[in-house]
Design a protein around this ligand. Sequence first.
Ligand code: 5RP
Length: 229
Amino acid sequence: MNTESQKKIAAEKATEDVRSGMVVGLGTGSTVYYALLKLGAMVREGLDIVGIPTSEGTEKIAFAEKIPLTTLATHPTIDLTIDGADEVDAHLNLIKGGGAALVREKIIANASKEILIVVDESKVSRVLGTTFSLPVEIVRFGWEATQTEVNRICGKSTLRQNTSQDGDGSPLITDNGNYILDCHFDGIPAPQAVEMQLNNIPGVVENGIFVNRADKVIIGTASGIRYME
Ligand code: 5RP
């Protein structure tokens, strides 16, 4: 099974836990995309849910799929969130933010009773921060000074560029109007400490380390589905 099929089976498996009456957190990314398509089909067949998107991109897809949407103001508690990840370790710690949605994803995660993470097998790693650079969202004002402080922790970081189809190579601006630094760690053996250290720096909005958030990781592999709980 190729990577795309692995993403699809993991994402579709997660939708099996969605029941009528639920408030569902809708993650961001190419893996969750398959869950959104499946949820759209389920809604059209009568599933009665409301979704809260983690990004403007997801909001557009959910709207096109006719998944009814709500907000945290109306529904402050989310029953179940389905989201992706860029790197997952054996303790279910995650790096997220490859899709630049980490701030809203962490807010949604924090409001969720249950979180399912859907990935293909390439995302599983022994030590976090060895296969993916850690995204850190920072405010634009004084960003160079913030980067200097961030580099004291990670060594080296890169300001993310807008390389999407219509992107012109200028710095990427998040849905919240901020920049992203991609921080090149050589492994993050103590993710919780690093999560807190980074968030202590003035100018840092949030970082992509998610510790003790995921309840279950659904992994699409070449030979089928595997779980980490
Ligand atoms: C977005 C995220 C995504 O969930 C993460 O980047 C995984 O994306 P994909 O499924 O496309 O690999 O954290 O901010």
